[in-house]
Design a protein around this ligand. Sequence first.
Ligand SMILES: [Zn+2]
Length: 419
Amino acid sequence: MKKVKEIMNPSMLSRLVMALAIVLSLVAIFTVVLYRGGAKVSVNEPSECKTMVVVASGDTLGKLLIDQGLNNSDVNAIADALKKNAGISTLRADNDKFEFVRPDTDSPVSKIVLIPSPWKQVELTCSENGGWNCNTIEIERDTRAVYKTGEIKNGDSFYLAGIRAGIPAGILIDVYDLLAFEMDFERDVRAGQHFSVLYEENFSEGQKVDNGHVLAVQFEALRGNVKMYRFKKSDGTTGYYDENGNGAIKSLKRTPINNAKVTSNFSTSRKHPVLGFTRAHKGVDFRASTGTPIPAAGAGRVVARGFNRGHGNYVKIRHNGTFETLYAHMSRFAKGVGVGTAVKQGQTIGYVGSTGLSTGPHLHYEVIKDGVHVNPLTVKLPAISNLDDANKKKFLEYRKTLDNGIEHLAKNPNWFIQM
Ligand SMILES: [Zn+2]
């Protein structure tokens, strides 16, 4: 056991690779790791007396401490110590816990432990001169990666299928966010689709405490199988990448046509060039010559394709439950693009023109978030992150190892990867 622990000290990636290497080669040890987890019992000093208090709504530090027999100068000293040494200046009701320790029932409090999270404890100890020393302790966490697979059944939502597969709600919400620009969970979910999630569970002394990150996700989407892997770059930042190491968090392109000049910005009031009076400009205009292909700003489904007096020929795409985009004044539509067509990011949906209320060829582009027009150039969108060559090489090795691990977990659903 000790040897296993020792090997697992370096960076997260190599730790994972090591743990996987153990999975792959030393099944016996791995199984031992699997069934480990006998909780250590903490032994109290025999005469020590402990009182546990959970912070309730309306509680203040002063009230809690005075209730335990401390005086005002203790309160001030403790408030100072918490702020200066632990960065804590407010208490969170129903979350933070205090443990008050007395040498025996009749003695004053000699130690206070503030527990703001399962992974952190702040110990305040009374010194000889009556002051309070503050010491923050990070709790060692034992992280395991577990693998769950599911299938969409008739009438299911992804959420229901996920819960049935034993995936915690919080992890499902993370998966929704990850796949939000890959698929429309309201409309693109069909019976028979399979999905899988590899995610972290955090343990302390053999007890599960909470869930960590989604490490890998796979979904048989209508537009093809989507796979994403969480990867830590050499600079320490993490992101999600597809099988080939390309940034996987798809987003909307703020400028669908590359390098096109903005000729009219988003505005809640502007003088309309054709109508002559002031009205809102609900999109951004990009100068481009007639016939320039217009790419879809993101993957999605065409929900409207038609003509109206203002927009001329236009296409509207629904990307997910939150975002829609609209492209106006087209000279013509792209072949095969109709209502209901699933489009990929960058796929040509039509061609620049000057139909509708327009003074010359340009693309009028709108982004609609939760039914409200927003400025495409400034709206907050998920970041697209790509890997440089060195990181990509590392990623591809990591992904291969992780896929091997997943293959083992798929055959042995009760196993986990020791991180
Ligand atoms: Zn416009």
